[in-house]
Write a protein of this length. Sequence first.
Length: 231
Amino acid sequence: MISLLLTAIISRSQEKDSNLNDQDLRTLNNDFIIPSFNLAYEGVYGTPYLYPDWAKGMVIMTNGDTLKDQDLKYDVYEDQLIALNKRTGQPVIPIPGVLRYFVIMDSLNIDHVFINTLPGEVDNEKKREGFYEILFNGERMLLAKHRRTFVKANYKGAYSANRPYDEFKTDTKRYSLIKKDGGYIQLKPGKKGVLKSLNDDGTFERIVKEKKFDLRKEEDLIDLIVVIDSM
């Protein structure tokens, strides 16, 4: 499913098989800059990144240019993609609005595709700008918003949490659905929440029961949307 999505994305892009270096940056009109925020997060437990180490992937710009075979990190906390300039060893980030998609590979060599929701595409106050993972792309599109929370150290006082360190914690993903007409639905968690969000008349609940879907699980939520999309 994702491989077909990748094929579709790449076929609409002008492939540029190169590493991110100074020449690429000039070619792309300096669309990447040195980040102003701290990338080290030294002394902090947990990680703000989707994967703690550099991972292989590619970036696809809004103008269709594709940069393949990149070393990438996705800072979930800052909601920011970071690429490694292999010539200088300097991490760089895209200027807001120039990046459309990125693809990043996990430790099992599975590609994960993210779309950048740009200004002007936010038609609902609950739909924020930023990166969303595409879990399914058909007549409808199922998206997941990854989240991290930063928790400050708290070890002083009678009612402290006895936590002597700052920590990044992984929050539950938030799921949303782009309908056929382009409308946006934020899916509430769990079976009741999902079915209510979809304005179910009983049809989807019967499917869930028949297929024994557990809508607390991401894979079963995807399977439900696949079935609905085929109806």
